[in-house]
Design a protein around this ligand. Structure first.
Ligand SMILES: [Zn+2]
Length: 321
């Protein structure tokens, strides 16, 4: 091989490596209440990095405990805040129990949380921000898990687990710990007084996957200036998962403003609609989900339970949408 053909071979090799990196996608699979639908309690998503690392986001009440056959291997669990529909104070008996409008939540997960129970069974890390790590460490320790599996990523910091960089970002919400997780005399006294435990501020997340995809997970939040200053200007998120349910979080109009003017990702997955978002897999006319889709300037993907979507490094859906 002469010098110029060596250079040509090197360039071709470089192009092949670059194109295979680009071809690597992050798989996003919603674990909702009813297969093929978007239902009121749906929050849980599994992100699978091209390197195989699997991350469960806000298991909530639609993941049927650690035995849910849809989970498979789970390396990391993310919990934005301690409210029961995110950490999981209760959950379904099995996928597809109940109906979309009236989901089954008959299995209690207090005082542990669905998240802690799954982490113990799967030997997953739990990465949270604020002051939630000691809470999860105590739950892991009390139930035979490894307290060191509860890891901290506080605002502005990040940790890398399984090749994915995990950072927490501001969420404007609340994060009181239900006294049911505390129990005993103290839990009862707090419950009687109507006060919650303090585990610090709620959070959102920014994940940077090994193919370069940067994803913003809003958690429950209102509109914050950090959505522009931090999520867009610093992290350059290309995909967003945005809560749209109103009342507790941004509604469709506020969520669309966050997406259109502040975060400005390439594409967005709607989440946390607190409604029957779809019927027969089609967006229900008059729904908040429909209102958000109409108001968003970028493509909106509806998280149909069990339906895997593939996203490239630029945040574009290239399969399953
Ligand atoms: Zn909440």
């Amino acid at each position: 091989m002469n010098r110029s053909s060596k250079v040509a071979a090197f360039v071709l090799l470089g192009a092949a490596v670059a194109s295979s990196a680009l071809a690597q996608t992050v798989k996003v699979t919603p674990l909702g209440g009813i297969d093929g639908e978007f239902c009121p309690q749906d929050r849980a998503l599994v992100f699978e990095d091209p390197n195989g690392t699997r991350i469960l986001y806000d298991p909530g009440r639609t993941v049927a405990g650690a035995g849910d056959p849809r989970l498979g291997k789970i390396d990391v669990i993310l919990v934005t805040h301690m409210h029961g529909d995110h950490a999981g104070n209760a959950h379904n008996k099995a996928p597809n129990s109940g109906t979309c409008a009236d989901p089954d939540m008959s299995v209690s997960a207090v005082p542990n949380t669905n998240a802690a129970n799954i982490a113990i069974a799967k030997k997953s890390k739990i990465v949270t921000g604020s002051e939630m790590p000691p809470f999860f460490a105590a739950k892991l320790k009390a139930n035979g898990g490894n307290p060191a599996d509860s890891m901290l990523a506080r605002f502005g910091g990040s940790v890398i687990v399984g090749g994915v960089r995990i950072a927490t970002v501001t969420a404007m919400h609340s994060n009181g710990l239900d006294p049911d997780y505390i129990g005993g005399e103290l839990g009862k006294a707090m419950k009687d007084a109507g006060i919650a435990g303090d585990v610090g501020l709620p959070t959102g997340y920014v994940l940077t996957f090994s193919n370069g995809l940067v994803t913003y997970l809003s958690g429950d939040t209102g509109i914050t200036s950090d959505q522009e200053l931090v999520v867009r200007n610093h992290y350059h998120a290309k995909l967003a998962v945005m809560n749209i349910g109103d009342g507790f979080t941004t509604g469709p109009a506020e969520a669309a403003y966050v997406i259109n003017e502040l975060v400005r990702p390439a594409e967005v997955i709607a989440s946390h609609a607190n409604e029957v978002g779809t019927v027969g897999g089609k967006v229900r006319p008059g729904s908040k989900t429909e209102a958000f889709m109409k108001a968003s300037k970028v493509a909106v993907h509806v998280p149909l339970s069990g339906k895997t979507m593939d996203f490239d490094a630029g945040g574009k859906c290239v399969g399953g949408c």
